[in-house]
Design a protein around this ligand. Structure first.
Ligand code: FPP
Length: 244
């Protein structure tokens, strides 16, 4: 994707970059390096979520999907799970709701099974989802989310709706992400090269950028570098020539 990029300038996203997803990994290691408990890393990560979302909005990316808690994360120690649930609740109440009430232009949509969440958090998610319904900047928060579970859920929803045969279009319609285009770019912080059950259906043609930066340190410059890397790629979507 040929795009002229000026040194040190925040890249402006164009039609090739409508949707970005982020696997926010490395909070635990960030804390360990500082001899802090893992929960302190999650706290620092949560503080960085807001900055990251604002940076993507400034770039002009309309859809940002973040992996906050996977269906596998329940296996973590009970105190860590509880801390993550509490942090997410506080974040929604004290940051997201305040920003929307102050007139910020974005809305939040949750991906995953809310029914297993603590009741207080589940209710907050429903409340937040009802805010700013007309905003065209959307943040999808994957919470108690698993890619395989999502595909099974979509198939079951399609059956419930009376479909007797599944097509790609039908399954896509019943995915949690039906309001957003597939991610053009998936960024994983923390240096590991794996997808961890994230957006398995939607990642078919996503460009994947892995950065060693730990999520709490994933700042404006690091985001810009990841997007620069995206624009240096040639996307072929299974064809032989660059389509853009
Ligand atoms: C992975 O780091 C991160 C998570 C499992 C949780 C991500 C959550 C946040 C950034 C904060 C809460 C989110 C919101 C929306 C407020 P890790 O613990 O696996 O790190 P490690 O690989 O270094 O151990």
């Amino acid at each position: 994707m040929a795009k002229k990029i000026k040194e040190n300038e925040l890249i402006k996203a164009d039609e090739h970059l409508k949707s970005v997803a982020v696997i926010m990994d490395g909070n635990g290691r960030w804390a360990k390096k500082r001899l802090l408990p893992r929960t302190a890393g999650h706290k620092a990560g949560a503080a960085n979520v807001e900055k990251m979302l604002m940076t993507f909005r400034e770039m002009g990316v309309h859809h940002v999907t973040i992996y906050a808690f996977s269906t596998e994360n329940w296996k973590r120690p009970r105190e860590e799970v509880e801390a993550l649930m509490e942090l997410t609740f506080t974040y929604l109440q004290d940051v997201v709701m305040k920003k929307i009430e102050a007139g910020e232009n974005f809305r939040v949509h949750f991906l995953g099974d809310k029914s297993a969440l603590p009741e207080r958090l589940r209710a907050k998610c429903v409340e937040v989802e009802g805010l700013n319904p007309d905003s065209d900047y959307i943040c999808n928060v994957a919470l108690n989310y698993g890619g395989r579970a999502e595909i099974v859920h979509a198939a079951n929803e399609a059956i419930k709706a009376g479909h007797t045969e599944i097509t790609e279009e039908i399954l896509t319609r019943y995915m949690y992400t039906s309001e957003s285009p597939d991610p053009d770019l998936i960024i994983r912080t923390g240096g590991d090269f794996r997808i961890s059950n994230f957006l398995l259906w939607q990642c078919a043609y996503s460009e994947i950028v892995v950065t060693d930066t730990l999520f709490p340190d994933f700042d404006r410059d690091a985001i810009n570098d990841a997007v620069k890397e995206f624009y240096s790629r040639k996307r072929r979507f299974g064809g032989v020539e660059e389509e853009k």
